[in-house]
Design a protein around this ligand. Structure first.
Ligand code: NAI
Length: 346
């Protein structure tokens, strides 16, 4: 337990595409955090840390970082297939844990993490569903809680990335779990969060390869749709894409008995409208990070403040149980995509 308002000493693990962003936030933009350690198996990533971060202790082996007694919390930004075991190892070493989504690609692994976490109720463990910290998503959540749209019963939500001609996500497909576990898992979490955390009862998913044939060997698609039924007559419709021409277009809509809220329907980069011979338009956010930069920062600030204040479990963030449910639903979508059948969830 961290006493009072002492700084939380953090070790970041994984310094890839997203890990570098988290590391810079924790080092320079999160009051109360001290980024004291960083871990990557790759020398060029450790060299980046040496040059960019304020003198963290550098490890190439995760076990050595866990043995560092002057680390209070670990920040896992590693491949999704490693998350479950790394969370368990962190808790056993007495560290608080922030872990990027998804909790695991495998439901049994999720259950193992939850069972293990029960043994450490004083340690905080949360999964990085950062949309919960995006100001617009948060405002929608608060308006629903205030009863502004009556009883919410339907969410439509999409995660759509700009087309990537470099093929990063095709190489990433081997460890990402596929489009539903990698992308739609965010929309699933948003839907459950906005609808009052219902349990799913049935899903149906379908997909297409519009541009990236390399995904076929992973059983993955570059465009996917899914419908999810929840208990209590609640519903969600999802779309995920890797092939958008205009940018990262992530948005959601929640419909209630007395109104609806749309969140981020225009993926504008800023408030400038361009009027020219092509019409009237905005430039778009290019990547998930352009769209959710603040959300990543605010989730880090919330985690650190909660650890300082001794707030148990996940605070405003997603709990391990929320993350397990998201994996359960996304995994069923993957099965539905493979079999062409609806999947009933017990
Ligand atoms: P990446 O492949 O760029 O980075 C992975 C990092 O893990 C690399 O630094 C690699 O060296 C390191 N690594 C690999 N094995 C390791 C080990 N045994 N111990 C320590 N480090 C190890 O992947 P990316 O895009 O940064 O994604 C990482 C995680 O973040 C994934 O789980 C992904 O789902 C999640 N993510 C979440 C996003 C969000 O919107 N919240 C967006 C992008 C990624």
């Amino acid at each position: 337990m961290i006493a009072g308002r002492e700084r939380v000493r953090i070790g970041v693990v994984g310094l890839g595409r997203l890990g570098k962003r988290h590391a810079e936030n924790l080092a320079y933009r999160v009051p109360g955090a001290a980024l004291v350690a960083a871990c990557s198996p790759l020398e060029d990533e450790r060299a980046w840390a040496r040059n960019t971060l304020p003198e963290p202790r550098l490890y190439h082996d995760y076990a050595d970082l866990l043995a560092d007694r002057d680390v209070d919390a670990v920040w896992l930004v590693t491949p999704s297939s490693l998350h479950a075991q790394q969370i368990v190892d962190a808790l056993r070493a007495g560290k608080h844990v922030f872990c990027e989504k998804p909790l695991s690609l495998d439901l049994a692994e999720c259950e193992r993490v939850l069972a293990e976490a029960e043994r450490y109720p004083h340690l905080r463990a949360t999964i990085g569903f950062m949309r919960r910290f995006d100001p617009s998503y948060r405002d929608a959540f608060d308006k629903i809680a205030d009863g502004r749209i009556g009883r919410p019963f339907l969410v439509r939500s999409q995660t759509a990335d700009q087309n990537d001609t470099e093929g990063f996500f095709v190489r990433f497909a081997g460890t990402s779990g596929g489009i539903f576990l990698d992308c739609t898992v965010h929309d699933i979490d948003v839907a459950r969060w906005l609808l009052g955390r219902p349990r799913a009862t049935r899903v149906f998913a379908a997909g297409a390869i519009a541009l990236h044939d390399g995904l076929r060997e992973f059983g993955d698609v570059d465009n996917g749709v899914a419908i999810c039924e929840f208990e209590g007559g609640k519903l969600a419709m999802f779309y995920a894409s890797r092939t958008q021409a205009h940018g990262n277009d992530t948005h959601s809509e929640v419909i209630g008995t007395a109104g609806a809220l749309a969140i981020g329907h225009n993926p504008r980069l800023n408030r400038v409208e361009i009027y020219d011979a092509g019409g009237v338009r905005n430039e778009c956010t290019a990547s998930f990070f352009d769209r959710f930069e603040d959300a990543f920062l605010f989730e880090a600030r919330a985690f650190v403040a909660d650890v300082q204040d001794g707030v148990a479990r996940a605070g405003d963030g997603a709990t391990l149980a929320d993350a397990l449910e998201a994996t359960r639903i996304a995994s069923a979508m993957r099965v539905s995509l493979e079999t062409g059948e609806a999947v009933v969830l017990g």
